[in-house]
Design a protein around this ligand. Structure first.
Ligand SMILES: [Fe+2]
Length: 277
């Protein structure tokens, strides 16, 4: 091959690689939000949330330390975290009449074992399911085996009306429901739940927050920290607060006694439907 031909070949291949890298997010169906000023998350018709695993007990359902919730909308069924072991996820889903084989994708809040060690159950019933995780940028972790892993670095819309927000090394799943507003699912809220809610409101440009549900990481916090967290959530306009998993009893008791209309008393097996139609 002549030198000129080699140069043309190298330039051509490089150009194809560059274009592929630039277009990769679109092939993956991701819509990274490049201009937050112009962006607003669309709304969807309804969402139903089922708490599949939580350490707040309820009847004969398994309640190991951990968290997993199922999110069903008119378009997608999403598993948010998986709890600490596959048996709890499988047996609770069965007891609740939930068919996890219909799941379209998984969103992982963060890599702690009480959120990811139930994932092997999903590889038993699915091939190559998409698994959205925070951006780790290193070699794959054992719990990613068997999944199509998509690392999410910034706030990203994964489907119309559904987004993953990025806050430090933990992610939250956010759904905008017509006539209600944001429904925010948090795993453990290591970056603080008020910061995650604030990020969702700012980056998705939706002012109403109907529900925040999940772990608030307040189980070993001071009482003043618990009170200031509730105050911050109200200042951000959160209407209904559902503290489960690592939120601790203090925030649950405080909301129940002082703000009963805003307290969501959830545990494993809890289900809520928010229907904006
Ligand atoms: Fe946790």
């Amino acid at each position: 091959m002549e030198n000129n031909q080699k140069i043309v070949l190298v330039v051509g291949v490089s150009a194809i690689l560059l274009v592929s890298i630039i277009l990769m997010p679109y092939f993956l169906g991701l819509n990274s939000i490049n201009d937050p000023e112009e962006y607003q998350l669309e709304s969807i018709e309804y969402v139903r949330i089922t708490v599949l695993v939580d350490n707040n007990p309820n009847g004969s359902l398994q309640s190991p330390w951990g968290l997993s919730m199922l999110v069903e909308t008119e378009n997608l069924t999403i598993l948010f975290d998986s709890g600490p072991n596959p048996a709890a996820l499988e047996e609770n889903a069965e007891a609740l009449g939930v068919d996890l084989s219909t799941c379209d994708l998984i969103v992982v809040s963060h890599e702690h074992l009480d959120h990811v060690d139930g994932l092997t159950h999903m590889t038993e019933i699915h091939d190559d399911l998409s698994l959205y995780t925070p951006y780790y940028g290193t070699s794959p972790m054992y719990w990613m085996d068997g999944f199509n892993v998509i690392e999410v670095e910034d706030t990203t819309e994964i489907s119309s009306g559904i987004a993953i927000i990025g806050e430090s090394w933990e992610r939250a799943l956010v759904i905008n429901v017509k006539n209600f507003g944001l429904v925010i699912l948090v795993g453990c809220s290591h970056p603080r739940v008020e910061n995650m809610v604030s990020t969702a409101i700012d980056e998705l440009n939706v002012n109403e927050t109907y529900i925040v549900i999940g772990g608030f990481h307040l189980a070993s916090s001071t009482y003043s920290r618990v009170l200031s967290t509730v105050e911050s959530l109200f200042e951000l306009g959160v209407q209904n607060i559902y503290p489960i998993h690592c939120s601790g009893d203090a925030i649950r008791s405080y909301l129940e006694s002082d703000y009963p209309p805003n307290f969501g008393n959830a545990s494993v097996g809890f289900q809520i439907t928010i229907d904006g139609t």
